[in-house]
Design a protein around this ligand. Structure first.
Ligand code: SF4
Length: 614
């Protein structure tokens, strides 16, 4: 593609668009029946750090009848050149226009990437709205956590894949292939695909609203379309397809290491956490599988670090044993092990000690709230004692910097809880001083995000604090966290506000997204590009009020915009958890053997599976 060669020297980081990485798969288009473009709605460095991409790349390219190539959102400088030179969005492998593929598969990891999806469709010459696409257009599908409230994106996506995609992607591709062979008209194909378990075809549902504007019903418009779509899960996680020859990026990316998933699901039950509710039940890989996959990955990638990934790796039952074996097998070649997340306990400090031959500069813990009362409300099973003991142990072991994650705006929060954050941070700092960490090296970083009520969690009904209140709380903390050795970071409250709007939004937000794109809202997850004023203008132009979505207490008894998507966790359980939260009553983790009855196992005929052994 000559134009591309002309453009690449003119943009920042041309490697983002060059392809040709180690382990990339190049298949002949004429050798396969179906071509799939995996579209990540963010820049290359972020997309290449997403394990799901590697998994789907393996599954689709392993089939003889299909191929998958990759496409990422071009950074604004590249987009400008592409538009100037009339170059459509293209895949990295064959450099073919995205519009030539049979299927374009987006992953929706974050609400603030929605306009990037629209922009990528536009750059591909694919009509934004599903209803405007004809037989020649690729099928546009989407999955990922945001598909669990698909409604704000309903107008733009032909089919949503709900839940884990390892098995569903193949079933869906079989169905697309057969549909193509039979020259099935697009609408008939969507109807047929909507009958596959885990597939939601939004164009086949109608939304009704109450007089107060709230959604009253989302119902199928045609016979045979399921009233509710239940998420898919991989029952045999141990044997699920896993890429043994993953792509190795040729430029620096966010997670530049082997990502080896050891555990799926987290059942600790933090009440604000959507990932914890959506990824049930908990399933662990056998140690022998982890070791065998690790050996293959070290061999095929040349990386010198294996990151054992999951929502909470220190919960992986055989974690110590596996780390020891991995180090025994690979340390001699200079390959280390890392853990992306740590629990607040001494066991985690021990693990961190084990894996880090060279002491890293900081350890991160997430107590989330400043008082025991509020930690009980959110079901964060961490006590003040745990935190102080753990951080004291970390300082003793030689760490000099500790990062603490908190959330503000949580349901029932008062200024006393904010004072608790300040007190805890200062106590941790004090422990560092007592452990004689040199004053110029001692650092306690308090990082504060704002609570975003998410669909399918016990807090889905809760209002978010107003923007003004979130900013007041940030200022309140900033004033009180001024001390040598303390660093205070906080996320943009405006960004969390917009995130809440789309996390609990409905179909009417399609107009906002179109206006936002026209106004230039892109890469909104990047603070340098997020512009709240532009978003508010998009709402004004659409005649919608964002605070109505983010700051309203949703009707407890009434329907929710995402009721037709079944995460497996029952509404009855979420409501019960919500009531328990308000009474400060905690709930046990079902990995201990006690089932608090979230409803998933009976509904999906699944059960937790632990690898066993310590
Ligand atoms: S049904 Fe019980 S055991 Fe299964 S995921 Fe829910 S709480 Fe855990």
């Amino acid at each position: 593609m000559d134009v591309l060669d002309q453009i690449l020297p003119l943009v920042k980081k041309p490697a983002r668009y060059a392809g040709g990485e180690w382990n990339a798969v190049h298949k002949e288009w004429s050798d396969v029946d179906l071509r799939v473009a995996f579209a990540f709605p963010d820049v290359y460095e972020v997309g290449m750090s997403y394990l799901g991409l590697q998994i789907f790349y393996e599954i689709v390219n392993r089939r003889v009848d299909t191929l998958m190539e990759r496409v990422f959102a071009p950074w604004p400088d590249m987009e400008e050149k592409m538009r100037e030179y009339n170059l459509p969005l293209f895949s990295l492998e064959s450099r073919r226009p995205v519009g030539d593929f049979d299927v374009v598969a987006f992953t929706l990891q974050y609400e603030m990437s929605f306009t990037n999806v629209l922009n990528m469709l536009d750059l591909s010459g694919i009509p934004l709205k599903s209803t405007e696409r004809d037989e020649k257009c690729p099928l546009v599908i989407a999955g990922g956590p945001c598909a669990f409230n698909p409604e704000p994106m309903a107008a733009f996506i032909d089919l949503f894949a709900i839940g884990e995609g390892e098995e569903l992607i193949s079933e869906l591709l079989d169905s697309v292939r057969k549909g193509k062979q039979r020259a099935l008209p697009r609408r008939d194909f969507l109807l047929e695909a909507s009958r596959l378990p885990g597939v939601y075809a939004p164009g086949l549902y109608r939304v009704e609203y109450r007089t107060d504007g709230a959604v009253s019903k989302v119902k199928p418009v045609q016979e045979g379309v399921p009233a509710r779509v239940t998420k898919r899960i991989v029952r045999d996680f141990d044997q699920a397809p896993f890429p043994r020859r993953p792509l190795v990026p040729s430029t620096e990316v966010v997670h530049d290491r082997i990502m080896l998933e050891v555990l799926r699901g987290c059942t600790r039950g933090c009440r604000f956490c959507q990932a914890g509710m959506l990824n049930r039940p908990v399933r662990e890989k056998k140690p022998s599988t982890v070791l065998e996959q690790a050996a293959a990955l070290v061999e095929s990638t040349g990386y010198d670090e294996i990151s054992l990934t999951s929502l909470s790796t220190s919960d992986y039952t055989p974690v110590s044993k596996v780390i020891k074996s991995l180090l025994d097998q690979h340390a001699q070649r200079g390959v280390g092990v890392s853990l992306p997340s740590l629990r607040v306990d001494n066991f985690s400090v021990e693990l961190a000690k084990e894996v880090q031959r060279v002491r890293r500069s900081s350890l991160t813990f997430a107590p989330e709230a400043g008082t025991q009362r509020l930690r009980d409300v959110i079901n964060k099973g961490v006590t003040e004692e745990d935190l102080l003991e753990t951080t004291a142990a970390a300082f003793r072991e030689g760490w000099r910097a500790i990062k603490l994650y908190f959330m503000i705006g949580l349901p029932t929060e008062t200024d006393e809880d904010l004072d608790g954050i300040v007190r805890l941070a200062k106590e941790v700092l004090d422990l560092g001083r007592k452990a004689r960490v040199p004053r110029n090296k001692l650092r306690v970083t308090v990082s504060v995000s704002s609570f975003v009520p998410k669909a399918h969690t016990p807090f889905q009904w809760e209002p978010q604090d107003t923007l003004a209140e979130l900013k007041r709380k940030q200022d309140y903390l900033a004033v009180r966290l001024k001390e040598r050795g303390l660093v205070f970071n906080y996320h943009d409250a405006g960004l969390s506000f917009m995130e809440a709007v789309f996390a609990r939004g409905d179909r009417r937000l399609e107009t906002v997204l179109i206006h936002a794109l026209e106004l230039g809202c892109k890469f909104d997850g990047w603070s340098e590009y997020f512009n709240l004023e532009r978003w508010l203008e998009a709402f004004r132009l659409s005649g919608l009020e964002p605070a109505w979505y983010a700051g309203r207490r949703y009707d407890y008894e009434g329907p929710l915009p995402w009721d037709h998507i079944n995460s497996g966790v029952s509404r009855r359980y979420l409501a019960e958890e919500h009531r328990r939260a308000l009474s400060g009553v905690t709930t046990v983790d079902c990995r201990t053997g006690d089932c608090p009855g979230c409803g998933l196992c009976p509904d999906l005929e699944a059960k937790p599976s632990l690898a066993g052994g310590v």
